[in-house]
Every structure is written in structure tokens, then in C-alpha cells.
Design a protein around this ligand. Structure first.
Ligand code: HEC
Length: 142
């Protein structure tokens, strides 16, 4: 009985304890990782940051007036540069992420969204992200 009563508390504790681990992993893997590590990281970045607004299934904010677009089955995702610009500069209610994510992480999460939630398998590279940052001017990237 006692065990059953405290089980939900225990489960919440595990989740809280796990969260910092996951985010420090994303930070640590910034430089010189393999493609496999980067694509896994893209999903991790999505789960930690993007799904809060775009939802786990990438179908957007649902109810009318949220203004949060679906990223799944979104033909705009075909244009890599345009998508990179949204993450580098922000747009409307979409924050920019250059303070929080490395170019690798931005590339990885866009690759994840394009290939897993759309049919655009060609990866976004960190170099492409850096080129957009350079042309935006003034934005600082970690
Ligand atoms: C605070 C909520 C929020 C978070 C977090 C967020 N977004 Fe967004 N996102 C938005 C909103 C709102 C828009 C619509 C912006 C506009 O066009 O006015 C948007 C638009 C976009 C677009 C452009 C879609 C299109 O059709 O042009 C992309 C791509 C995108 N987000 C990707 C991401 C990714 C990847 C992440 C995680 C790194 C992320 N977003 C995190 C709110 C968010």
C-alpha cells in the first residue's frame, strides 16, 4: 500500500532528475560529432524545445488563434534557407534560437523535422546555418 501511494511521486522525481541530463547531453555534443549523433540530437532538441509549441506530432498549436503552424506535411519546409532564417532570426511569435542552440543543433532539428515529419530527406548542414547567421549580421551564435 505504501509503495503504491508513493509511486507517482517517485516517477515524478525520476523525470525531474532526467531532464538536466538530457539537456546537458545536447550541449556537450556540439562539436565534431558523426551524422548519426546529430540526427538523434535533432529529435532530442525537438522534444526538449520545439514540441512545447509545435506539439509532439508537429501538427501545431491546434485551437484557433494560437498562430502556431504545423511543421508536419508543411510544404514551406522544402525551402531550407527560409526555415533556417526562422530559427536564426525568429518571426512573429516564433523566438530565435541562436542564443540557445548551436548551428549543429539547429541543422539537426531542421533535418529531423524535414525528414521525419515531411518527405525532404536532404539534411540541413551546420555550414548552411552559419551562412544564414553571417548574412543576418549581428546575431550571435554560440
Ligand atoms: C514559443 C513557441 C515556439 C517554440 C518554442 C518554437 N516555435 Fe516554431 N513557430 C512558432 C510560431 C508562433 C510560428 C509562426 C511564426 C509566424 O509566421 O508568425 C512558428 C514558426 C515556425 C516555422 C516556420 C513554419 C512555416 O511554415 O513557415 C518553423 C520552421 C519552426 N517554427 C520551427 C521550430 C523549431 C525547429 C523549433 C524548435 C527549435 C520551434 N519552432 C520552436 C512558435 C514556436
Amino acid at each position: 500500500m505504501i509503495v503504491r501511494r508513493y509511486l507517482p511521486l517517485f516517477a515524478a522525481g525520476v523525470l525531474l532528475a532526467a531532464a538536466p541530463l538530457v539537456s546537458s547531453q545536447a550541449q556537450d555534443s556540439a562539436g565534431g560529432q558523426t551524422n548519426v549523433a546529430i540526427s538523434n540530437e535533432g529529435e532530442a532538441v525537438y522534444r526538449q524545445i520545439c514540441q512545447a509549441c509545435h506539439m509532439a506530432d508537429a501538427r501545431g498549436g491546434g485551437g484557433a488563434g494560437t498562430g502556431i503552424p504545423a511543421l508536419a506535411d508543411n510544404p514551406n519546409m522544402a525551402d531550407k534557407t527560409r526555415m533556417i532564417e526562422v530559427l536564426v532570426n525568429g518571426r512573429g511569435g516564433m523566438p530565435w534560437f541562436t542564443d540557445m542552440l548551436t548551428p549543429q543543433q539547429i541543422a539537426a532539428v531542421l533535418t529531423y523535422v524535414r525528414s521525419n515529419h515531411n518527405a525532404y530527406p536532404e539534411p540541413v548542414t551546420a555550414e548552411e546555418v552559419e551562412a544564414v547567421v553571417a548574412s543576418a549580421g549581428g546575431s550571435s551564435v554560440q
